[in-house]
Design a protein around this ligand. Sequence first.
Ligand code: SF4
Ligand code: SF4
Length: 205
Amino acid sequence: MYLPKIREIKEALTSFFSKPYTTRFPADGFKPEEEFRGFPRYHSNDCVGCGTCAQVCPAGAITVTDYLHNKIRTLQINYASCIHCGQCEEHCITEKGVILSTEYSFSTMDINDPNILEKVEKEILLCEVCGSIIAPMDQIKWIRQRLGAKAYAHPNFLLNIQREFFELEPSEAKSRIRREDQIKEVCPKCRHKIVVEDEFYAFNR
Ligand code: SF4
Ligand code: SF4
């Protein structure tokens, strides 16, 4: 007959009188560690709407939608697709626009349950000449702050600063690009056209 050794008896007695290593879930709940990778949450004050998180998301869980008619960009995380990898948080340009929370528990039978989606909305700036998107307003402000005084060298930033102090009406679209379009909030493509035409063609005729 096999007789337990002294060591095995000691281990059995120690385990019997020590605290369990597992939790009594769900009765006691579960307290995640601080580094636990739960649902990513947007922090609207720190997110500038750049869309980098959507570009790096390996699961394609983040969608960026631009609504030109009301100048709004929506960023949306679908928790049904999120794999909690943390890439969005790691690559966020402000480092705090999206943070993985310690929330981990969610279940639903409804695919349209609004709690499946995490959303943030940002105002976007449109080109005064062609109407295409330049960038979200918060991203422009964020870049401005990082550039400091150098921001005054660029007409887009200069106008953006002025608009904080004065009511500047947006200009009417013209039939063609003109020299005065230099002092407008325009996209890189239109600014390139303005500079090239001013330098080499239309305005010198
Ligand atoms: S945690 Fe990973 S999978 Fe989830 S939204 Fe962020 S990048 Fe995408
Ligand atoms: S600021 Fe961060 S959270 Fe916001 S869109 Fe850019 S990368 Fe995503």
